[in-house]
Ligand binder design. Structure first.
Ligand SMILES: C[S@@+](CC[C@H](N)C(=O)[O-])C[C@H]1O[C@@H](n2cnc3c(N)ncnc32)[C@H](O)[C@@H]1O
Length: 205
């Protein structure tokens, strides 16, 4: 990945994804999480302050050492046990049906084989377990989608493989999840091409 991907980008993401304006969204997506939770693309732990008390433990899956290290202060401040338990959402080192819930925020845009990652999340969730998601992706409006297609190659280069164009809800349903709750909106303060968000929960059958 090189110096930029390993050292610089995790700090940029920590700052860009750590703004006060997205805290209400993190609060919403973490609402209702309970029991043993796997979080894919844990990053610098920006969701940690929003884990509900009903969460018994979190298995953090994150490839970036720098991202994980940036989480230290948040990890010290939480009562929820969090362990870095995996490095790649595409291949989770967990038994089938071993988690009550999963969490993914602004990560399905970046994982190279997102279908493989969603299949893995389904495998490790117990039947009836839910994936809580907050993801940016393909916009509802064609005018915005055109810009997303134009800017996608640049975004992939500067943002560690991030795509603007992924159809989040289609990816979830194709992976076999049933959407339980869904809110699709443009994030306040973000350009529409980057802030077409889907927030909700999806159940593993
Ligand atoms: C935009 S950041 C979001 C981080 C965090 N979820 C948040 O909300 O602040 C995307 C994250 O996905 C991680 N990531 C990239 N490839 C991954 C993979 N194959 N498996 C799991 N996480 C991955 C990156 O290292 C990065 O931390």
């Amino acid at each position: 990945m090189g110096f930029y991907g390993e050292r610089v980008l995790p700090r940029i993401l920590n700052a860009a994804c750590g703004t006060k304006t997205v805290e209400p969204l993190r609060h919403r997506v973490c609402g209702g999480l309970a029991g043993d939770v796997v979080e894919i693309g844990f990053g610098s732990g920006l969701n940690v302050p929003f884990y509900p008390a009903a969460v018994t433990r979190v298995a953090a899956v994150e490839p970036s050492d720098a991202g994980w290290n940036l989480a230290a202060r948040r990890l010290r401040a939480t009562a929820v046990p969090v362990q870095r338990s995996g490095l790649d959402g595409q291949s989770l080192p967990f038994a089938d049906n071993s988690y009550d819930a999963a969490l993914s925020t602004w990560t399905l845009c970046t994982i190279p084989d997102v279908a493989a990652a969603l299949a893995e999340v389904r495998r490790v969730l117990r039947p009836g377990g839910t994936l809580h998601f907050l993801e940016h992706g393909q916009a509802p409006d064609e005018r915005v989608r055109r810009w997303q297609r134009r800017l996608d190659p640049l975004e992939q280069r500067i943002a560690g493989g991030c795509h603007f164009t992924r159809p989040i809800v289609d990816l979830l349903t194709t992976a076999g999840f049933t959407i339980e709750e869904l809110d699709v909106f443009y994030e306040k303060g973000a350009p529409k091409f980057a802030g077409a968000d889907s927030l909700g929960t999806a159940m593993s059958p």
